[in-house]
Each structure stands twice: as C-alpha cells, then as structure tokens.
Design a protein around this ligand. Sequence first.
Ligand code: MF3
Ligand code: CO
Ligand code: CO
Length: 251
Amino acid sequence: MIIIKNSTEIEKMRRAGKLAAQLLNHIEPYVKEGVSTIYLNDLCAVFTKLHGAVSAPLNYGGFPKSICTSINNVVCHGIPSEKDVLRNGDIVNVDVTVILDGFHGDTSRTFIIGEVEKSISDFVERSEKAMYMGIDAVKPGKYLYEVGKTIEKYIGEFGYSIVRDYTGHGIGEKFHEDPQVFHHFTKANRIPVKKGMIFTIEPMINMGSSYKVNTSRTDGWTVTTSDGSLSAQFEHTILVCEDGAEILTEV
Ligand code: MF3
Ligand code: CO
Ligand code: CO
C-alpha cells in the first residue's frame, strides 16, 4: 500500500530531509584519507542526537551502527569499523538516515578520497547524474518505471551495470515503505505516480558489466559486487509535486 502524505506529514518529511542533508554536509570535511569509518559513524551519531533526532540504521533489522559506509567494491550496507581507514584512491558511499519527529530522511553520496584515475571520477559523476535523471523522470500521471527506464538508457552506454537486488523505496513514518523503486526498467513498476507520494531514488551502479552482488556470510550485511568492480551510489528522498519532484534531502 502506497501512502499519500498529507500536508502535516509533508512538512515533517521536509524537516527530516533537511536534517539528513545537513548531516552529510557536516561530515563532508572529515571524509578524507586517514579517517576511519567508525569516526564518521560517531560524528553522525553525535550530530543526530544533538538535533533531537534518531539514527534510523542503528538496530534496524539488527544493523549494528548508525550509518552505512561502503568502500570501493562494497555496494551498500557497509558497517563502519575502526579497521576501515580511508586511503588515497578509495571511493566511499556514506548513507545516512535520521528520524525526526517520527519521520525519516534518507540520503547518501559517494565521496572520492584524494586522487583517482579519470575513468573512476567519470564513473562516480555519472552515477550521480543517473540519480538526478531518475529524479527528473518523476511526474504525476507518468508510470514509476520511467525512473528505471531513464537511468538504464543513460547508464547502458558506458558498460556499467545497475544493481537489481536493492531499490529505492517509499519512506515516511517507516524507513522502508511501498513502493519499491527499481533503477532499471521493469513492468513491476507500472505504477502511476501520484502527487503526495514520497520515495527515495538511490541507484547503485557497478563499474563492471555485472549487476550481481553478494552478501557477506561473516557479518550478514556487507553487500559487494560479484565481479569485484567498484560500485557508486547517490540517494535523495523526494516528494511528488504538481509538476515533478521536490528533493527533500537538500539544504
Ligand atoms: N539507508 C539505506 C537505504 O537507503 C538502508 C540501510 S538499512 C541498514 O535504504 F539497516 F543497513 F541500515
Ligand atoms: Co534509502
Ligand atoms: Co539510504
């Protein structure tokens, strides 16, 4: 069941989204060589608490930390650790979700640590562009599959692949609500987009040609590319308006 949010709920989602965006901006200067992902986690936990909010990932389905940090071939759900120290040439996705006044704001970015080859910076930039193209494909009256169709058309030309096992999602009082938002074209998303829907768009793009992923048998969370290639992701929470999407996870 897809929930259409009313104006009170929308206002609360705007506040939660803004806080999530502020949180990513707050840690940005610390996402640098020599910094451990647990340090980023702790910064996020403190900032979130200080702003009267709760870190949604902590204990969500048993997830052990407050944010997800996914380095290089890690697709998503990387667990922050003191052992994971960022190094020159890494790419890292930091995914934050806050609960403010009962409502969720969910956003992520992939950061480049130091210097990388042009092929890698191009890949990260194109992953971000894919997300924005998906967002621009959202309009009331259109089908939701326009999001995946648009992203697939753009990403296909580079030989990259789009992860299928993880999707965008409705979001509100619950972290993950209906609908699932696929980032590749599928008739499963032949769902009319309606004003007042709120969902995330968060394509995970693998630099290699395989969209296949594996989940760690050790920690039960860390998702990696099956072929070992890099994976990048950007995420925004959006509200469907009269004439398109309003990005809620922006300051
Ligand atoms: N933030 C992720 C998303 O975009 C979900 C993380 S779930 C967790 O949907 F349990 F790993 F935190
Ligand atoms: Co999400
Ligand atoms: Co997220």
